[in-house]
Design a protein around this ligand. Structure first.
Ligand SMILES: Nc1ncnc2c1ncn2[C@@H]1O[C@H](COP(=O)(O)OP(=O)(O)OP(=O)(O)O)[C@@H](O)[C@H]1O
Length: 249
């Protein structure tokens, strides 16, 4: 579905990503793991065109066979809005503090679907129930909800938008154990229902083992190993992956 090919990123004279190449297959859940500072978020930022202006990016990013790096900034933005939906680590920072959840979810969804407010409300209310969120959640301000509830609102938005690709950058790291598991179950549900292609970033191997079809292992800005979840956990090849897996069990 999309592929990064020989991507290198430099910032402040420092090489952050080195010659990164990988595929995220259609309809599969690909999980990127690796220690803090290994370059996971930078990879996502490169994919989403969100790197700082001073960053230099080389290489190609293919989506449906098209190298999006060859498109104008405007075309890239339109393509990402149409096909990608992203959930970030800190749900509270994903919402504006002074606007009610309903308006914000509608704005996020209207961008893609152009649906009427009435249709949106009817559909989203069913989804919220499905996601164990109280009915009045739409009339709340973000500060009135827990981190777990806000992440579930984001996931409901993702479900409503039916993106081709869902990117989730450490979506559970700010949640407690119970809410982490609940979020992962809902993510699985979304994947089962829509067959969404998912790229999930985490440093939690338990999360990776629970949900991944494929795993990408990052270390120091390089991808040191990639493979099917079973192979990574049962027969890791790279010393770093071996160490990660050994520490997990
Ligand atoms: N704007 C920037 N300017 C310079 N260096 C940066 C910038 N942003 C990130 N880096 C560096 O790039 C490297 C990779 O950071 P990145 O945030 O991608 O890692 P990560 O694997 O996502 O880490 P974490 O799990 O802690 O989020 C780090 O050494 C970081 O200090």
């Amino acid at each position: 579905m999309f592929k990064m090919y020989n991507v290198a990123v430099r910032m402040n004279e420092k090489t952050i990503l080195k010659d990164l190449s990988f595929i995220v297959p259609k309809g599969q859940i690909t999980v990127m793991i690796g220690e803090s500072g290994s370059g996971k978020s930078t990879t996502i930022s490169a994919l989403l065109g969100m790197l700082p202006a001073h960053a230099t990016v080389e290489g190609s990013i293919y989506f449906n066979g098209q190298n999006i790096m060859e498109l104008s900034k405007q075309e890239q933005l339109a393509l990402r809005q149409k096909h990608f939906f992203t959930i970030f680590q800190d749900a509270i920072n994903s919402f504006s503090p002074t606007i009610k959840i309903k308006q914000q979810m509608y704005a996020l969804s209207a961008l893609r679907k152009g649906h009427k407010k009435k249709d949106f409300l009817a559909t989203i209310q069913v989804m919220l129930k499905d996601f164990h969120l109280p009915e009045n959640v739409l009339d709340c301000y973000p500060f009135e909800l827990s981190g777990g509830m806000l992440q579930r609102c984001m996931l409901a938005c993702a479900l409503y938008n039916e993106p081709d690709i869902l990117i989730a950058d450490e979506p559970t790291s700010a949640l407690d154990m119970l809410h982490q598991q609940e979020f992962i179950q809902l993510l699985k549900k979304l994947h089962t229902r829509l067959g969404t292609t998912i790229l999930l970033i985490t440093h939690d191997l338990g999360v990776a083992a629970a949900i991944a079809d494929f795993i990408l292992v990052m270390k120091n800005g390089e991808m040191v190993e990639r493979g099917h979840v079973k192979d990574i956990f049962e027969q890791p090849k790279h010393p770093y992956t071996k160490q990660l897996v050994a520490n997990h069990f």
